[in-house]
Ligand binder design. Structure first.
Ligand SMILES: Cc1cc2nc3c(=O)[nH]c(=O)nc-3n(C[C@H](O)[C@H](O)[C@H](O)COP(=O)(O)OP(=O)(O)OC[C@H]3O[C@@H](n4cnc5c(N)ncnc54)[C@H](O)[C@@H]3O)c2cc1C
Ligand SMILES: NC(=O)c1ccc[n+]([C@@H]2O[C@H](COP(=O)([O-])OP(=O)(O)OC[C@H]3O[C@@H](n4cnc5c(N)ncnc54)[C@H](O)[C@@H]3O)[C@@H](O)[C@H]2O)c1
Length: 462
């Protein structure tokens, strides 16, 4: 019997394996499909390569904002080749690492439970004292539509494999993937139409920042808010989409591809968990402890996108690493250490949430002030020709501590990291305002938001 079997060799599983190897040699890791991770193959990395190219092209097209007149073209087959070549470099580096592991630790195949201590892989039964379930997720796709539209209905599993970019693309959804890719595709010259069932774009919970983001992205991308296709039919090499516009009129568009970006579903469904316990039939109702990651009272622990309120890479890596102690020390179970929340959407401009979102603070009835700073007239943003969006910071009234921030500005990724790290340190507004702010920088815009919060706190105490 193994000390531990890890099921799934994505970011979370690899992280768990590396940690577990420090404690035992009596372990196995089972993986179905490629060993190069969702993040490197079809997730974080190819999407960010495409987005970086798109942003550079966009900057060149808008160089007049910084006093230049550039003429520039994109050959989208060259762009896709670049995406695939660099992506292959990232996946090769993961594979190289996996190849260095002991061959007897690795098995390719789909694992299914027989009971709480036994799985079946390729007809072989393997037993372990504990299991880490790191099986990730796969993109949602309507199988009936897929039958009708064939290779013209794609997800992020296929989009980065295209040899060149389509002329016209419809995107279903307005969440994280939809907005990142719709904006990038538009910047690369694709005529993009987004079908959004709500008005929300991306992740921001602040109404003010949502309104700014909706208005900004609508200037370039055709976002059909509160509108979904009524029908989609294959039309030669493309797809005809019928829908009703906001005035109730029937409309029709023809596109080359439809990208389904309607969320992802956990692959815990592949594991036959009902054989462990009959109550585990519905994977949406599994009793998984959010703090310890334990499933029921069993020696089973679920990490990464398979079960996560934040299905993002660094959370998968962190929980994969820290859950190992619980798995090896079962039944002595501890809460995993907590990460300060951080989420970044690589749109242009980027969106980010550091610490708690505005909505989360409101739902907990926390008494806080919101410091706001627009970036439309922010000095550094103007020099960059990127004076769009705003920052909000949330300061608790009683403790004057920074609890969270939402950002829709240039380089939000860097500001959000800094804010998230400061939130983890439980700093107060006075502490942060006492730090240096170099001139002229985007951080000065953050300082203005913090000062706006301070004015409100002072007015409150008078
Ligand atoms: C387009 C896109 C862009 C993204 N961009 C970002 C980003 O910029 N930043 C960020 O932080 N996150 C991003 N993410 C999210 C990030 O990719 C995921 O959070 C991360 O990959 C999750 O890792 P994981 O280990 O949970 O799952 P995975 O890497 O998917 O690994 C799960 C593994 O388990 C295997 N498996 C499944 N079922 C079984 C079974 N029954 N038996 C054996 N093996 C099984 C799977 O085949 C897979 O190899 C993005 C995701 C997508 C789709
Ligand atoms: N920068 C990043 O960190 C990053 C980038 C990409 C993806 N990701 C991860 O990948 C996960 C999945 O991304 P996603 O964009 O697919 O999910 P999402 O939950 O962000 O968005 C799903 C979208 O689909 C819509 N939708 C859901 N069901 C629908 C239906 N039946 N018909 C029409 N629209 C529907 C929703 O309204 C929403 O707009 C995210 O949760 C995120 O954590 C992260």
């Amino acid at each position: 019997m193994y000390d531990l079997i890890i099921i799934g060799a994505g970011t979370a599983g690899i992280s768990a394996y590396k940690e577990a190897r420090k404690h035992t040699n009596n372990l196995r890791i089972i993986n179905d499909g490629a060993w190069d991770t969702t993040c490197a193959r079809v997730g974080c990395m190819p999407s960010k390569i495409l987005i970086s190219t798109a942003n550079q092209l966009h900057d060149a097209h808008h160089a007049d904002r910084v006093g230049l007149n550039l003429k520039i073209d994109a050959d989208t087959s060259q762009v896709m080749q670049h995406v695939q070549t660099l992506r292959d470099r990232f996946t090769a580096s993961v594979i190289k690492d996996v190849e260095s592991w002991h061959p007897e630790h690795k098995t390719s195949g789909q694992a299914k439970f027989i009971n709480a201590n036994t799985i079946d892989v390729n007809g072989e039964q393997l037993q372990a004292k504990a299991f880490i379930l790191a099986v990730g997720s796969s993109p949602n796709i309507d199988q009936d539509q897929k039958k009708i539209l064939g290779d013209r209905l794609i997800t992020t599993d296929e989009v980065f494999e295209l040899p060149y970019l389509p002329k016209r693309l419809a995107v279903i959804g307005s969440g994280v993937i939809a907005i990142e890719l719709a904006v990038a595709m538009h910047q690369l010259g694709v005529d993009v139409t987004v079908f959004a069932r709500s008005r929300k774009v991306g992740i921001l919970s602040s109404e003010h920042l949502q309104t700014l983001a909706q208005a900004h992205f609508s200037q370039s991308v055709n976002i059909l808010f509160e509108t979904l296709p009524e029908s989609m039919s294959r039309d030669g090499d493309g797809v005809t989409i019928e829908y009703q516009d906001q005035q109730g009129q029937s409309q029709s568009i023809k596109v080359d591809y439809v990208l389904s970006a309607t969320g992802r579903s956990s692959l815990l469904s592949t594991l036959d968990l009902h054989k462990v316990d009959a109550i585990f039939q519905d994977i949406k109702k599994l009793p998984i402890n959010h703090d310890s990651k334990q499933l029921g009272d069993y020696p089973l622990f679920v990490v990464g996108d398979a079960f996560s309120q934040n299905p993002i890479q660094h959370v998968a890596a962190f929980t994969g690493k820290h859950v190992v102690q619980n798995a090896l020390n079962y039944p002595d179970i501890q809460a995993l250490p907590k990460l300060s929340p951080l989420a970044i959407i690589f749109s242009n401009p980027q969106m980010a949430i550091a610490g708690q979102s505005k909505k989360e603070l409101e739902q907990q009835h926390i008494d806080f002030v919101t410091g706001i700073q627009s970036f439309e007239k922010q000095g550094r943003a103007l020099t960059l020709g990127k004076n769009v969006g705003a920052i909000e910071v949330y300061i608790e009234k009683s403790s004057q501590r920074l609890l969270g921030a939402e950002l829709f500005v240039e380089s939000a990724e860097h500001l959000a990291h800094m804010l998230s790290w400061m939130i983890a340190e439980q700093v107060t507004l006075a502490d942060i305002l006492d730090r240096p702010y170099y001139h002229p920088t985007l951080e000065e815009g953050l300082r203005s938001a913090l000062k706006h919060a301070r004015r409100q706190l002072r007015a409150d105490s008078e």
